[in-house]
Design a protein around this ligand. Structure first.
Ligand SMILES: Cc1cc2nc3c(=O)[nH]c(=O)nc-3n(C[C@H](O)[C@H](O)[C@H](O)COP(=O)(O)OP(=O)(O)OC[C@H]3O[C@@H](n4cnc5c(N)ncnc54)[C@H](O)[C@@H]3O)c2cc1C
Length: 390
C-alpha cells in the first residue's frame, strides 16, 4: 500500500491549486517544494495579470483553461481575502493597419467565450484613459490583476487545512516506478535539516515549472523525443516613476507581435498602483532552432535587468503613452518563461502517462497564461487522477 495517493512536485500556483483540488477530492497528498517558501518560482516573477483569454487558438488548452481559470481565480481570491482587482485592459491600435488585428482578436475572443469584449474608438479611449493615445482599442473589462504569491499561499493553506502535507525546503531527487507505485526520493534542502526519505505514491504530478522537463526526464520520459525541452526565455520589466501612479487605471497592451513570442511590452499595474512596463522577450544566446538542430538550450537564471534596455522599452511605450519621458524608467525585476518553442504558438502539455510510467501526470510548458489558468488546470488534473477508465 502507498503512503500517499498523490505527490505533487512544485509549490508554485499550479502545484498549490492541484493540492487544493486533491484535498477537495479526498485524496491523501503531499506537496514538495524545493524553495524555503511557496510561490517563489515563475509565480512571483510575472505581470500578475488575470487574463481574459482572447489570444489563444480556440480549442487549445490555453484557451480552454484561461477563460474558466480567470473566473475561478477571481472567486477564490475574493472569498479568501487575497488581493484581486478587476481593472480591465485596453489593447490599443496606434497605427491604422493594427485596427484589423483588434478585430481579429475580438473574433477570437468571442470564439473563446471571453466575456464582455468591446471595440472602442479613439474618443472612447480618451474618455476612459485620458493618458493613453490610440486610434482604437479592444476593451476587456474582465481582465484583472492578482496577488499571485498570496493566491498560491492561500491555495496551499486551504489544502493543508484539509490534510494535505505541504513541505518546503525539500527537493524531489528521484522517481522510480516499482511494485505498482512511484517511489519518490526526497532530499531536504537548507540548514539544519534531517536526512532524506523515500515514500510510495500512487500518482506523481509534475508541476515543477522551469525544471518540469528535468523532473519528467528523471521519471523516465524521453523529453527530447517529445519536444518537451523547455527554453528559458527572459522577460524584463522597468518601473515607471511613482509620481505617475494613478495616471492610468487599466492595463494597456499593444497589439501582440504576430510571431506569438509574447503579448508585447505592456503597461502593468500592481495592486498598490505602481506602473511598470514589460515584459520584453530576451532569448537565450543559443536559441536558433535548438530543437531542430538537436541542441540543448542554454539555461541560466540571471535576474539582473540591464539598464541599457530602457531605450527600447521607452520607444515601444511612448507610442501609446505620449506623456512618458525616457528618464521615467528604471530597471525593475525579470522572470523566465518555460517555453516549448521560442517562436510560434505552443500549447500547454498536460499528459497522464501510461504503461511503464502509469500514474505520472506531467505539466510541461506552463508559460503564460499559466497563472490565470492554474485553478482550471488543477480541476482537469483532478479529473485525470480520479478517472478509473484511463
Ligand atoms: C515574464 C512573465 C510574465 C508572465 N505574465 C503572466 C500573466 O500576466 N498572467 C498569467 O496568467 N501568466 C503569466 N505568466 C506565466 C505564469 O507566471 C506561469 O505560467 C505560472 O506562474 C507557472 O506556475 P507554476 O506553478 O507552473 O511554476 P512555478 O511558480 O515556477 O512553480 C514550480 C515550482 O516547482 C519547484 N520545483 C522545481 N523542481 C523541483 C523539485 N525537483 N522538487 C521540488 N520542487 C521543485 C520550484 O522551486 C517552483 O517553486 C508570466 C510568466 C513570465 C515569466
Amino acid at each position: 500500500m502507498s503512503d500517499f495517493n498523490v505527490t505533487i512536485v512544485g509549490g508554485g500556483i499550479v502545484g498549490c491549486a492541484i493540492a487544493a483540488v486533491c484535498a477537495r477530492l479526498g485524496l491523501s497528498a503531499v506537496l514538495i517544494e524545493k524553495e524555503a517558501g511557496l510561490g517563489r518560482g515563475i509565480t512571483s516573477r510575472n505581470s500578475e495579470v488575470s487574463h481574459g483569454g482572447m489570444y489563444y487558438p480556440t480549442g487549445s488548452l490555453k484557451a480552454r483553461f484561461c477563460v474558466p481559470g480567470r473566473r475561478l481565480l477571481k472567486e477564490f481570491c475574493t472569498s479568501s481575502g487575497v488581493g484581486y482587482q478587476e481593472c480591465g485592459k485596453l489593447i490599443v491600435a496606434v497605427q491604422h493597419d493594427e485596427i484589423s488585428q483588434l478585430e481579429s482578436l475580438f473574433v477570437l475572443g468571442q470564439a473563446n467565450a471571453v466575456e464582455d469584449l468591446e471595440i472602442i474608438d479613439a474618443a472612447q479611449v480618451t474618455k476612459m484613459e485620458p493618458g493613453v493615445q490610440a486610434m482604437a482599442a479592444l476593451w476587456s473589462p474582465r481582465t484583472g490583476i492578482v496577488d499571485a504569491e498570496g493566491a498560491t499561499k492561500a491555495l496551499a493553506q486551504s489544502a493543508a487545512e484539509a490534510g494535505v502535507q505541504v513541505m518546503t525546503s525539500s527537493v524531489v531527487d528521484s522517481l522510480e516506478r516499482r511494485k505498482g507505485a512511484w517511489q519518490v526520493g526526497v532530499i531536504p534542502d537548507g540548514q539544519g535539516r534531517r536526512e532524506g526519505w523515500t515514500h510510495a505514491s500512487d500518482f506523481v504530478v509534475n508541476a515543477a515549472g522551469l525544471t518540469a522537463d528535468d523532473v519528467a526526464a528523471m521519471a523516465g520520459v524521453d523529453v527530447k523525443a517529445r519536444g518537451w525541452r523547455q527554453v528559458w526565455v527572459k522577460g524584463n520589466y522597468f518601473r515607471i516613476n511613482p509620481e505617475h501612479s494613478g495616471r492610468i487605471n487599466s492595463l494597456i497592451y499593444p497589439v501582440p507581435p504576430q510571431d506569438h513570442s509574447s503579448l508585447g511590452v505592456h503597461l502593468c499595474l500592481d495592486l498598490a498602483g505602481q506602473l511598470r512596463l514589460g515584459p520584453d522577450v530576451e532569448y537565450p544566446e543559443q536559441d536558433n532552432g535548438f530543437s531542430d538542430k538537436g541542441l540543448e538550450p542554454e539555461r541560466q537564471l540571471a535576474y539582473h535587468v540591464d539598464p541599457n534596455l530602457a531605450g527600447s522599452f521607452f520607444q515601444s511605450a511612448q507610442q501609446y503613452l505620449p506623456w512618458l519621458k525616457a528618464d521615467d524608467l528604471s530597471p525593475d525585476m525579470s522572470g523566465y518563461r518555460p517555453k516549448l518553442a521560442v517562436r510560434g504558438f505552443r500549447d500547454f502539455e498536460v499528459v497522464r502517462e501510461n504503461s511503464s510510467l502509469e500514474g505520472l501526470v506531467n505539466l510541461i510548458g506552463i508559460d503564460s497564461p499559466g497563472l490565470t489558468s492554474a485553478m482550471a488546470l488543477a480541476e482537469h488534473v483532478g479529473k485525470m487522477l480520479t478517472d478509473r477508465d484511463h
